[in-house]
Design a protein around this ligand. Structure first.
Ligand SMILES: [Ca+2]
Ligand SMILES: [Ca+2]
Length: 205
């Protein structure tokens, strides 16, 4: 096989391999679900962290739409649904993040029995902070009862979820470009080296 066609085959197979779905990785610390990596939303992978705090603290002052990763109701709805479908799952008897909703997020100073908790994905605000729109992934203890809803909060920018037992924020970030597997780089550099060697030999002849 000629070098050039080998290179073409290698590139084609790399192209195919990058379309294979990545698995979500849950971030579990001391049995609690604090976030996840490689959550697929509308064809793009995101990392997400579950955090308590105020919108101002967690989202760059929470005073412009560009402070948010998802900036339309549609996009924030897809992100919230992805949390329900890909992240808030019952993994094994000790990690029932769909059913035991108290295991989601860090432990709060307050406690109590809750039948559902909600993870907020903010998507719209205004400069004077008179409006804060969030989509919520609502995780119920009852099977099949989870849903996504929209809340428009008034003056909620500086109120912390740390004092609300059943609310928490999702802080999203797009996953950096997926690096090629080490083997692919070795293959590519090997092929490039062989091509260079061949060119050098031709010049030398
Ligand atoms: Ca800002
Ligand atoms: Ca649930």
């Amino acid at each position: 096989m000629k070098i050039r066609s080998m290179l073409a085959v290698a590139l084609v197979s790399l192209g195919v391999s990058t379309t294979v779905a990545q698995a979500v990785t849950l971030h579990i610390v001391d049995g609690r679900l604090l976030g996840a990596s490689d959550v697929l939303v509308d064809g793009t992978y995101y990392d997400v962290q579950f955090k308590d705090g105020t919108c101002i603290e967690l989202f760059a002052n929470c005073d412009q739409v560009s402070d948010f990763t998802f900036q339309t109701m549609l996009a924030a709805t897809a992100a919230s649904q992805a949390l329900l479908d890909q992240v808030l799952l019952d993994i094994d008897p000790l990690h029932q993040f769909d059913t035991d909703v108290t295991l989601v997020g860090a432990i709060k100073a307050i406690s109590g029995d809750i039948s559902q908790m909600a993870i907020r994905t903010p998507f719209y605000t205004v400069a004077d902070r008179s409006v804060l729109d969030v989509m919520r992934a609502v995780n119920s203890v009852r099977a099949g009862a989870d849903y996504v809803d929209w809340r428009s909060f008034d003056g909620a920018h500086n109120s912390s979820t740390a004092v609300e037992i059943d609310e928490i924020y999702a802080v999203w970030a797009p996953v950096a470009a997926v690096p090629l597997p080490a083997g692919a780089w070795l293959l590519l550099s090997g092929l490039a080296g062989m091509a260079g060697l061949r060119r050098w030999k031709r010049h030398a002849a």
